[in-house]
Design a protein around this ligand. Structure first.
Ligand SMILES: Cc1cc2nc3c(=O)[nH]c(=O)nc-3n(C[C@H](O)[C@H](O)[C@H](O)COP(=O)(O)O)c2cc1C
Length: 202
């Protein structure tokens, strides 16, 4: 019987890191791995921002946090709960030795006159970004690094972009925490894969 390749199984979301920095040359290699992802019609619709300075981490956490506060307040969440959630998000973002922010851009994508195909084109770019992020996390795991994908920027791409003064066309959609794993961290046990519920043959 064939088995899932070990290097795929070995990647886990790890949310606690040692304090030491990650070598920028290693970060470059994992971003390079991301850039080997398949992308629609030979485009490269992603851009990457490596955030490993305290000022930039704080700026990003502040920018996204401000937007999240507004969203939670309009959902009717209590002020105390908002503080709790946004503080935890700050701790997560500022506590990671490095962050890799995956952005999407229209550069290289096709433009359509109608909203349906335009949305499909952007959807393809998003799928490609997902493949790229998986490449990045697999390469990081292979280099002995821990990663965790954080959803936040997809809810506030403009706020994340402006927090880091990125070009207007770079729209952050994925955030990956990167660092050396805290040896004391134990993640959730991975549940078995109920293949019979998740796939069908025709
Ligand atoms: C699009 C996406 C967004 C995610 N956002 C978060 C997040 O905001 N915070 C977090 O701790 N984990 C986040 N994760 C990680 C998932 O929780 C994790 O992949 C899942 O629990 C499976 O665990 P594993 O990655 O260890 O296999 C995200 C994963 C994906 C694919």
């Amino acid at each position: 019987m064939t088995v899932v390749p070990r290097f795929i199984e070995a990647r886990r979301s790890i949310r606690a890191f040692r304090a030491d920095a990650v070598d920028r040359a290693v970060l470059d290699r994992v971003v390079e791995a991301a850039c080997l992802a398949p992308a629609p019609h030979h485009s490269r619709p992603w851009r990457w921002v490596v955030v490993d300075t305290p000022g930039a981490k704080t700026a990003l956490a502040d920018g996204m946090g401000a937007q999240w506060r507004r969203d939670l307040a309009s959902d009717g969440v209590s002020a105390a709960r908002i503080d709790e959630l946004v503080d935890a998000s700050h701790t997560k973002i500022e506590g990671a030795p490095a962050l890799v922010l995956g952005c999407l851009t229209w550069d290289g994508l096709d433009r359509y006159p109608d909203a349906t195909r335009q949305r499909a084109e952007w959807g393809m770019a998003l799928l490609s970004l997902g493949a790229a992020v998986e490449n990045l996390m697999l390469a990081a795991a292979d280099a002995g690094l821990a990663t965790c994908w954080v959803a936040a920027p997809i809810f506030c791409p403009e706020a994340a972009r402006d927090a880091l003064a990125l070009e207007a066309e770079w729209l952050p959609h994925a955030l990956v925490l990167v660092g050396h794993p805290d040896p004391g961290y134990t993640g959730r046990q991975r549940p078995p894969i109920p293949l019979d519920q998740l796939r069908e043959f025709r």
